[in-house]
Design a protein around this ligand. Structure first.
Ligand SMILES: C[S@@+](CC[C@H](N)C(=O)[O-])C[C@H]1O[C@@H](n2cnc3c(N)ncnc32)[C@H](O)[C@@H]1O
Length: 411
């Protein structure tokens, strides 16, 4: 499409510019977009990140929304509607110019959510890939920030106590240059920090365990996932298994009652109220059970030092960050899992929207690979969960099926 003359870009009001940019994006007019990118700047955001006042659409949303699906589900080729390939060029152009991949519109949809809802799977995949790149960049910068912190701690002994405290509360260590809006995922923010959670009161009922802010720590609808996870790990009788995070004891009960009963069953749990419940229910006295009270960060290095190894490990904690989880598998599993052992984890990262779930699957796969693990995924269909959230502060699950991971050391 030929570019309209835009020689007066600098004289346009902000509103006019925004309208023109969104329109250019929906018409896939790259020449015009380029003129705006070169000639215009906004006080609060980049040209590629402006948002339409009415819909909240960014240029990425506009480019995707221009592909209207026809009744049969394929993309319409009628006048005005564009095919996914044309829109893909615009989407790539916007991303190359730094567009935020996960900006939400007034419908609380990211450009990827919109593509998913419209069934535009090539465009959806482009947005997933953009999310993966942004997350990998963020995690590398976090690591770099942590290394810098460690180096400056070595140089300045006086800051040691402060640094430890920051680590414990899960605060981020990004260098100042990181553009948080561009990299952070929409849905993996922690609701509470680990230290806050571990000192909060808990409420246990038949179907859920809540903290004192009504955050769901564990819910009974996850039982089938726990059963399938125990089945995936306990492939023969007499194994040594380690579970991290007791919660409602659902997976631990499946492990105890399994046809392939384990020879020994270690459990690590840090919350005093959960430990009190375990004591009351007799878990400390079970014949093949060893309960370790404390955070896995303290307990596991001790087990490694004692030379303990396990045939199977399961990990499901609460109020911890992705980098805690990465530390778990890159530093602890390596020392605790037998060479032919299997391990799994509760795969709930980013589960409050499909695109975050898909982005995290790829990020985890890459990090597992880097730590020397292969992973296989098994899809578990979930029932309708709409009734489950009464009294729970945030619906943390919005994805239709669960992807159950089983990890092993690479051959
Ligand atoms: C989601 S629940 C686990 C649910 C469990 N899989 C089940 O089947 O019921 C998370 C548990 O991890 C515990 N936890 C959180 N952080 C921990 C840590 N750093 N070390 C050990 N346990 C932790 C919590 O107290 C909670 O009991």
């Amino acid at each position: 499409m030929a570019a309209q003359p835009v020689t007066s870009v600098k004289d346009q009001s902000l509103d006019e510019c925004v309208k023109e940019i969104i329109l250019a994006s929906s018409l896939h007019d790259l020449e015009k977009l380029e003129v705006y990118i070169d000639q215009h700047s906004f006080p609060d955001c980049k040209v590629v990140d402006v948002q339409d006042g009415e819909t909240g659409h960014s240029p990425l949303h506009a480019a995707i929304a221009s592909c209207r699906p026809a009744v049969n589900g394929s993309v319409a080729q009628d006048e005005g509607a564009k095919g996914e390939d044309v829109a893909a060029t615009t989407v790539k152009f916007l991303l190359e110019n730094g567009a935020i991949w996960n900006q939400v519109d007034h419908n609380d949809e990211t450009p990827g959510c919109l593509a998913y809802r419209l069934g535009l799977f090539d465009l959806y995949q482009l947005m997933v890939d953009a999310g993966v790149r942004a997350e990998m960049l963020l995690s590398r910068l976090e690591e770099y920030g942590r290394l810098n912190d460690d180096e400056s701690d070595d140089e300045d002994d006086g800051t040691e106590a402060e640094a430890e405290e920051e680590g414990e509360t899960g605060e981020n260590h990004e260098p100042e240059t990181v553009d948080q809006t561009q990299t952070a995922t929409v849905s993996t923010a922690q609701d509470v920090s680990s230290s806050f959670y571990l000192s909060s009161a808990l409420a246990l009922s038949n179907n859920k365990l809540l903290d004192d802010q009504q955050n769901g720590v564990m819910m009974a609808w996850e039982s089938d996932i726990m059963r399938r996870s125990a089945d995936a790990l306990l492939s023969e009788p007499g194994m040594q298994i380690l579970n991290i995070g007791f919660g409602m004891g659902i997976i631990d009960s499946y492990i105890q009652d399994h046809v392939n009963a384990p020879a020994s069953h270690h459990i690590v749990e840090a919350h005093p109220a959960v430990l009190a419940e375990m004591r009351a229910k007799g878990w400390m006295e079970k014949r093949n059970v060893v309960v370790h009270s404390g955070k896995w960060q303290d307990v596991l290095p001790q087990l490694v030092a004692e030379g303990e190894t396990f045939d199977a490990i399961y990990f499901d904690t609460f109020a911890e960050s992705y980098s805690d989880f990465r530390d778990f598998f890159s530093e602890q599993v390596i020392g605790l899992l037998s060479q032919i052992g299997k391990w799994s984890f509760f795969n709930g990262m980013g589960a409050d929207r499909q695109i975050s779930y898909d982005v995290y699957q790829k990020v985890v796969e890459m990090d597992l690979f880097e730590s020397g693990f292969d992973v296989e995924w098994d899809d578990v269909a979930l029932p309708d969960l709409d009734q489950e959230w009464e009294g729970v502060r945030r619906k943390y699950w919005n994805v239709h099926s669960y992807r159950l991971p089983v990890c092993k050391f690479m051959d």
